[in-house]
Design a protein around this ligand. Structure first.
Ligand code: APR
Ligand code: PHB
Length: 398
């Protein structure tokens, strides 16, 4: 097979890129290690910045998102047992976010791809990338055929590494050309999904001496809640009842009284990590999304960052094919990384502000509460939080 762009990884980043390239008349194939159902079974964050909403529209897949997504103009910060609202809409001159699950984003993109008759190779095993330092890169994979496992090869002009944190693309970049920055946090998030009405119409981020908690949602009848837990905890150790009990203890009296509990339909523990790869381009191979960077989930920047990488990459590839210009390609890494580092900084800061760090002792909790008190009572402080939460513009300070 010969295509212009071979996209490795069919998560949200790979699928969004596929759709933006398709709209521009650029021929691309997606090679995904898992099945469609497996990819759609992963539960991830669900807060879209305006930039991401606009990209879904640009890709022609915004219809269901606008019908079902919940527009939020603010969120609550809970500390010292009291809730305070950050009025994002007011503080940012009218900007909002949209609560719409990442699974739904991926599903909409997959459906559009299928409807357009575009090729996605699911359940491709042993994917390898080759010759991306030449003008003729290749991607190889194995897939079950009538005669057992068959090896396939795709020739392309460019490889887009959208294969997530554990993917093959970043791992194939020459070690001497790559620099990685990483911070691992000493706790995880235990998440629960349940078919119960959300405790509040907006999100609640809670700083409590017992640890962080987050009340989020997927719809008027489906809730998503998280608790900070030690990394040594196992999901089997947490019964639904124990989860609800602990959540109640981290909430304010009003939310505690309003909380509707029910059986979990998903329960998992995710570790927290800050991670950035520099650069994001190796000859004719580009990294985008989780393949290049991870943020801790506080603030829900992961999907939004993946979406903006993809926007820069599709622009660069369109410029290459339509204008015969390599300027976008040459700029790709630097352009992405500037935005990525700002979101990394915010996610790290917000994580530090809201979680319990036992090694910082009781004074650590006091410092956090004082900072929160300052932030919500200072217009400048609150605006800084709001501005970062709604997301930085695609082009800033250029
Ligand atoms: N070959 C082919 N596909 C692969 C390989 C491989 N060797 N390794 C991984 N993949 C696939 C995975 O199965 C997955 O479907 O690449 C896809 C990567 O998808 P994601 O991990 O969802 O990453 P991305 O598309 O960049 O989305 C970023 O995910 O983790 C969240 O917070 C993050 O919301 C953000 C989003
Ligand atoms: C979620 O709904 O899963 C979610 C929301 C906000 C976050 C993180 C996760 O900051």
């Amino acid at each position: 097979m010969r295509v212009q762009v071979a996209i490795v990884g069919g998560g949200p980043a790979g699928h969004l890129l596929g759709q933006l390239l398709f709209k521009a008349g650029i021929d691309a194939v997606i090679i995904e290690r898992q099945s469609r159902d497996y990819v759609l079974g992963r539960i991830r964050a669900g807060v879209l910045e305006q930039v991401c909403i606009d990209l879904m529209d640009e890709a022609g897949v915004g219809q269901r998102m606008h019908a079902e997504g919940l527009v939020h103009g603010g969120f609550d910060m809970l500390f010292k047992g009291e809730r305070h609202r950050i009025d994002m809409n007011h503080l940012t001159g009218g900007k909002n976010v949209m609560v719409y699950g990442q699974t739904e984003v991926t599903r909409d993109l997959m459906d559009a791809r299928q409807a357009a008759g575009l090729t996605t190779i699911y359940e491709a095993s042993n994917v390898t990338v080759h010759d991306f330092d030449t003008a003729r890169p290749r991607v190889r994979y194995e897939k079950d055929g009538p005669n057992g496992k068959e090896v396939h090869e795709i020739e392309c002009d460019f490889i887009a590494g959208c294969d997530g944190f554990h993917g093959v693309c970043r791992a194939s970049a020459p070690r001497s050309a790559i620099r990685e920055y990483e911070k691992i946090y000493p706790f995880g998030w235990l998440g629960i999904l349940s078919d119960t009405p959300p405790v509040h119409e907006e999100l609640i981020y809670a700083n409590s001496p017992r640890g962080f908690a987050l009340c989020s949602q997927r719809s008027a009848t489906r809730s998503r809640y998280y608790l900070q837990v030690p990394l040594t905890d196992k999901v089997e150790d947490w019964s639904d009842e124990a989860f609800w009990q602990e959540l109640r203890l981290r909430l304010d009296p009003e939310a505690r009284a309003k909380l509707v509990t029910g059986p979990s339909i998903e329960k998992s523990i995710a570790p927290l990590r800050s991670f950035v790869t520099e650069p994001m381009r190796f000859g004719r191979m580009f990294l985008a999304g989780d393949a290049a960077h991870i943020v801790p989930p506080t603030g829900a920047k992961g999907l939004n960052l993946a979406a903006t990488d993809v926007k820069y990459l599709s622009n660069a590839l369109i410029e290459f094919y339509q204008d015969k210009s390599e300027a976008g390609i040459d700029n790709y890494s630097e352009r992405c990384l500037r935005r990525i580092w700002r979101a990394e900084r915010f996610s790290w800061w917000f994580t530090g502000l809201m979680h319990r760090f036992p090694e910082n002792g009781e004074i650590g909790q006091k410092f956090q509460e004082a900072e929160l008190d300052y932030l919500i009572h200072s217009e400048a402080g609150a605006r800084s939080v709001a501005e970062n939460y709604v997301g930085l513009p695609l082009d800033f300070g250029e």
